[in-house]
Design a protein around this ligand. Structure first.
Ligand SMILES: [Ca+2]
Ligand SMILES: [Ca+2]
Length: 243
């Protein structure tokens, strides 16, 4: 912003030096600022949200109210809080979902996984790990490329926690539709820590989804957009606060 204001000021001075009586109007300055910001904020011109459609794996996780498949408790477009959720009181419990096959002719810049989660613990440091798992040689492995997994300390209120990958975390290569839809992968959460009290405390996840950022432009643009997205989401907790 500072740089852009300076540029606008310089342009203003240049016009003055040519003895033009009119300086840049306020609205023109705003337009200039917008133009300078445009390449950064509008790189990704397509945003798709994909939600859980199938349970891929679960171990020591449970569903509330439990009348549905696990994924049905976390697939709402707007978080329903304690209305429906999956939960676990066990350290090391895993759950993973997959979305329906997605198709796009655009270049995928980045993919952001979001978990809306909280803890009912009153002491200790409850936390989750969020990431992408891949099934290989009979076992599930967490994908390690592009920053691997994210971690987040939970609070007593539901908060969105996210992790963004500018490359496919399964292979370190640029995202492809096939990589995104890979049925041997899933969007994962792991109960890393459940706090220390009270008895029966739970880590709860009420909503999860991925956001796919893509654009119809050249591949060279893709990388830059990815970097911007990655910077914005580095802190895991949405809003840039490390939790
Ligand atoms: Ca539902
Ligand atoms: Ca829910």
């Amino acid at each position: 912003m500072k740089i852009i204001s300076s540029v606008a000021r310089i342009l203003c001075l240049e016009i003055k030096s040519k003895k033009l009586s009119l300086c840049l109007s306020h609205s023109l300055r705003l337009s200039l600022i917008f133009l300078f910001l445009l390449p950064v904020t509008a790189w990704a011109d397509q945003v798709d949200t994909l939600r859980p459609a199938t349970d891929q794996l679960y171990a020591n996780f449970f569903a509330y109210p439990g009348l549905n498949e696990f994924w049905e408790e976390i697939d709402e477009a707007t978080s329903d809080g304690d209305g429906t959720y999956i939960y676990s009181s066990t350290v090391g419990a895993d759950y993973g979902w997959i979305h329906n096959a997605f198709s796009t002719s655009s270049v995928i810049d980045s993919v952001r996984l979001v978990w809306n989660a909280k803890s009912t613990a009153t002491s200790g440091t409850p936390s989750i790990t969020l990431g992408r798992l891949q099934f290989q040689e009979g076992q599930w492995y967490s994908c390690t490329y592009g920053g691997g997994n994210g971690t987040a300390n939970l609070t007593s209120s539901y908060v969105n926690y996210s992790k963004t990958w500018t490359v496919d975390p399964c292979n370190g290569s640029a995202w492809t539709v096939d990589g995104l839809n890979n049925a041997f992968c899933c969007w994962w959460v792991d109960n890393t820590n459940v706090g220390t009290a009270p008895t029966g405390r739970q880590n709860r996840m009420t909503q999860s989804y991925i956001v796919v950022y893509s654009h119809a432009g050249a591949a060279s643009v893709k990388r830059r957009s990815g970097l911007v997205q990655d910077e914005e989401n580095k802190g895991i907790a949405e809003g840039g606060m490390a939790r």
